[in-house]
Design a protein around this ligand. Structure first.
Ligand SMILES: C[S@@+](CC[C@H](N)C(=O)[O-])C[C@H]1O[C@@H](n2cnc3c(N)ncnc32)[C@H](O)[C@@H]1O
Ligand code: SF4
Length: 406
């Protein structure tokens, strides 16, 4: 279908009525890693095989991928005409395998095609062990404003069990460099690691908190289907120990001024991640790159898209203007649950007004579920907010499921 026809179709009347379009973010997926970690189900691919074992991401690989991203973005522009971008997230994979000059080229390609809001947050994911000295400085000079470092642990033995390419010393060096170069940065840690004790987690937290990070993301290690850990599951802490671990994380972060504002995210005032907040508040995002997901609103519908997952297929299709492999309109009946799946992850929830604006549905669409949530003590009684009680936050899936048949 040609672009004008496609747009006419997306703009046609429908049963939803969105009074305004939400803020728009941009996600860029860079799909390569040095080695596939045994717990990882992200769309990440070892580049060694493709590159015949050379020592860094080959220039031609990066160049061809950047060209595909440009073509992908060009083809997507009609869907977001005139809308400014409030945040950019360059994720992976291991985006720090790209050289600073390549990230600079990517950002100037984006700037040439999209208006960025002043102060637009631009995050890049970086892995320890994939950089030489001064690489982070190069990313900042390229326009990156926030670095997210995938540390996972500072413990050599744990990093080995996780199949990471870096050791504890490299984790420390990466965070030290980020803290020196960036005004705001994030450390990703995981907990409930194979055979992890509370004391070992405490040690990881001490090492992370010693850097006074503005933002900390701490994820419960999940054994995902289709990963090596699913085939040979390692012994991980039981539910009771994992729950004690979460209490320890929240308490230790809180005592250092990092408030838990989302299930897995802790931040100092003024350092919450604008990009992820937009996801959780059911904002819009255009995702470009292999396997990237998009959610885009129109006055009478919400569209979801996925791009080709395999890097080679993605590049071929994107160059032909066909980067999208699948798309569908979110059904009216699915919107309450989709909204709550995100919004209820936020400690402070969201205003009811935001629900109305972003789903285009009337209050009656969730009245029954709201009443049930309050009755069970899972939702706050505040009529202007949708917000989990502490109990609701502990039993989040039970609470979210109330909105399945809302
Ligand atoms: C998009 S991933 C990859 C970032 C970066 N490539 C890295 O691995 O450091 C972002 C974060 O998700 C978390 N993560 C990945 N797989 C996970 C799993 N199976 N369970 C829990 N957290 C996971 C890790 O903390 C990781 O840093
Ligand atoms: S480095 Fe990150 S994205 Fe790559 S395989 Fe490991 S966890 Fe997945």
């Amino acid at each position: 279908m040609s672009h004008p026809d496609r747009l006419t179709e997306l703009m046609r009347p429908g049963t939803l009525s969105l009074p305004a379009l939400p803020p728009l973010s941009l996600y860029v997926h860079l799909p390569w890693c040095l080695r596939k970690c045994p717990y990882c189900d992200f769309n990440s691919h070892e580049w060694r095989a493709e590159a015949g074992g050379s020592a860094s991401l080959p220039v031609e690989t990066a160049r061809a991928y950047l060209a595909a991203l440009r073509a992908d973005l060009e083809a997507a522009l009609p869907l977001i005409w005139g809308r400014p971008v409030v945040s950019i997230f360059i994720g992976g994979g291991t985006p720090s395998l790209f050289a600073p000059e390549q990230i600079a080229e990517l950002l100037s390609d984006i700037r040439a095609r999209l208006p960025l809001e002043p102060g637009c947050e631009i995050t890049l994911e970086a892995n320890p062990g994939t950089f030489e000295k001064d690489r982070f400085r190069g990313f900042r000079e390229a326009g990156v404003t926030r670095l997210s470092i995938g540390v996972q642990s500072f413990d050599d033995a744990k990093l080995k069990r996780l199949g990471r390419v870096h050791d504890g010393a490299q984790s420390l060096a990466a965070v030290a460099e980020a803290a020196e170069v960036f005004e705001t940065f994030n450390i990703d840690l995981m907990y409930a690691l194979p055979d992890q004790t509370l004391a070992e987690l405490d040690q990881d937290l001490s090492q992370a908190l010693a850097f006074s990070p503005p933002h900390l993301s701490v994820y419960h290690l999940t054994i995902e289907p289709n990963t090596r850990f699913a085939v040979e599951p390692p012994p991980v802490p039981d539910a009771d120990l994992a729950s004690d671990m979460l209490d320890l994380i929240t308490e230790r972060s809180g005592s250092q001024g990092l408030r838990r504002y989302e299930v897995s995210a802790y931040a100092r005032d003024g350092h919450r991640c604008a990009h992820n907040l937009n996801y959780w508040q059911f904002g819009d995002y255009l995702g470009i790159g292999a396997g990237a997901h998009s959610k885009l609103s129109f006055p009478h519908r919400v569209l979801r898209q996925v791009r080709w997952r395999e890097p080679a297929a993605y590049q071929r299709e994107a160059m032909a203007g066909k980067a999208v492999s699948n798309e569908h309109e979110v059904k009216r009946s699915e919107l309450p649950f989709e909204f709550m799946l995100n919004a209820l992850r936020l400690k402070d929830g969201v205003g009811l007004q935001q629900y109305l604006e972003r789903t285009g549905l009337p209050p009656s669409s969730i009245a029954r579920a709201m009443a049930a949530g309050r009755e069970k003590g899972l939702l706050l009684a505040d009529p202007a907010r949708v917000c989990a009680t502490p109990r609701g936050f502990d039993f989040l899936s039970d609470l979210q499921e109330l909105f399945l048949s809302a």
